[in-house]
Each structure stands twice: as structure tokens, then as C-alpha cells.
Design a protein around this ligand. Structure first.
Ligand code: AMP
Length: 208
């Protein structure tokens, strides 16, 4: 299964991707996680990406495409993958089509998680993640256990200002992927409002 998740920031892509990769036995490839690892490791790519990311903007297409190309060469991605957060621009989507065509491969599905903007800000500013397990919590709707509260991380780009910039980037640069994948007959729209379990059920029913 070669699959992509698209949707605005805070739509639940990371949470749902972590669940689906277990079911399908494919690697979860999150470009946001790869950049955060590069920043933590202090690599030149991490340093270059940090300021843009913290402000809520998009990292340059060439950097992201090069990083994904390298990742898809790895053995675990040969039989399939779930891309989360990539592509985010039409240029990236076209590059991915070419990359896969060169390998004689094609995408099986593109899931679009739809969540209204007014819900997104509320979801994002209360989002916290556990660096030890990767688990994602919401301070009101899915509160973390008290004993791990101290190690939780609030992403720098999960502030209200950065969140609004990210929504603007989504509207202008990522939303055009919807007609792009619709024209290719790959797009599956999934309502992203509900409990994580409900949304997993909707996804698995459209993905098969
Ligand atoms: P995410 O964890 O997917 O929300 O990504 C966090 C941030 O990483 C984004 O706001 C961008 O700054 C950067 N990023 C992740 N994936 C991409 C991409 N495909 N293209 C450009 N920037 C990206």
C-alpha cells in the first residue's frame, strides 16, 4: 500500500498515521518528524529548516523532495509507505509522481482529512506530545496522565500565531493538491471530526 495523508495542520494526520501503519505494516514517513529530528541532531538541514518551521512557513521544495527521495530508497519503504505531511505543494506532488514512475510504482490512495478551520486552532494550541513515546495528547479532550506531564513538549509552531500562518500556507500551497489528486482518481475524502477511533474506522472503510 502506497498512501498519502493530506489535510490542514491539526487534522489528526499524525495520530491516524500511527494507527494505520500498524494495520498495513508499512513505514510512517512524516517529513515534519524528519525535520524535527534534524533540528534536534543539529544537522545543517535542521538548522536551515528551523527558522522557517518555527514561524509556520514551508521549507523549500528542493530540500523536502531530496529528503523524501532518500527516505523512499530505504529497504523498509520498498513495499509501501504512508507519507504524512508530504507532498505539501503541487511541485512536491509532481516530483513524487516522477519519482514513483521511475521505480515503476504508483500511489494507491490519497486520504484527505477534512476538519473546519475553527476547530483546528483549538486543537493545535492545546496539543502536547510525549517525546519518549511519540504519543499526542490534547490538554482538554485527551489529557495526558499526570506522571508524564513534565516531559511533554509544546511544539514551537503550535502557538496561535504560527498556527494561523500554517493554515494560510495550507490554503494557498497545499489545498491545490485536492484537485490534483482528484483528477488522478486517487482522492478519498474523510470527515476528520470525531473521536480518534471513529476517524480510524472511517479511514479503514474507505481505504479497504
Ligand atoms: P508537520 O509536523 O507535518 O505539521 O510539519 C511541521 C513543519 O515542518 C511544517 O509547518 C513545515 O515548516 C515543515 N514541513 C514538513 N513537511 C513539509 C513539506 N512537505 N514541505 C515543506 N515544509 C514541510
Amino acid at each position: 500500500m502506497r498512501m498519502i495523508f493530506i489535510g490542514p495542520p491539526g487534522a489528526g494526520k499524525g495520530t491516524q498515521a500511527a494507527r494505520l501503519v500498524q494495520r498495513y505494516g508499512i513505514p510512517h514517513i512524516s517529513t515534519g518528524d524528519m525535520f524535527r529530528a534534524a533540528i534536534k541532531g543539529g544537522t545543517p538541514m535542521g538548522l536551515a529548516a528551523k527558522t522557517v518551521m518555527d514561524g509556520g512557513g514551508l521549507v523549500g521544495d528542493d530540500i523536502v523532495i531530496g529528503m523524501v527521495k532518500e527516505r523512499l530508497e530505504q529497504d523498509d519503504a520498498k513495499g509501501g509507505f504512508l507519507l504524512d505531511g508530504f507532498p505539501r505543494t503541487v511541485v512536491q506532488a509532481q516530483a513524487l509522481q516522477e519519482l514513483l514512475a521511475d521505480k515503476g510504482q504508483a500511489l494507491d490512495a490519497v486520504a484527505l482529512l477534512e476538519v473546519p478551520e475553527e476547530l483546528i486552532v483549538e486543537r493545535i494550541i492545546h496539543r502536547r506530545s510525549d517525546p519518549s513515546t511519540g504519543a499526542i495528547y490534547h490538554l482538554k479532550f485527551n489529557p495526558p496522565p499526570a506522571e508524564i506531564a513534565e516531559r511533554l513538549v509544546h511544539r514551537k509552531d503550535d502557538t496561535e500565531v504560527a498556527c494561523r500562518t500554517r493554515l494560510g500556507a495550507y490554503r494557498e500551497q497545499t489545498a491545490p493538491l485536492v484537485p490534483f489528486y482528484e483528477d488522478l482518481g486517487l482522492l478519498k475524502r474523510v470527515d476528520g471530526v470525531g473521536s480518534p477511533d471513529q476517524i480510524t474506522e472511517r479511514l479503514t472503510s474507505v481505504l479497504g
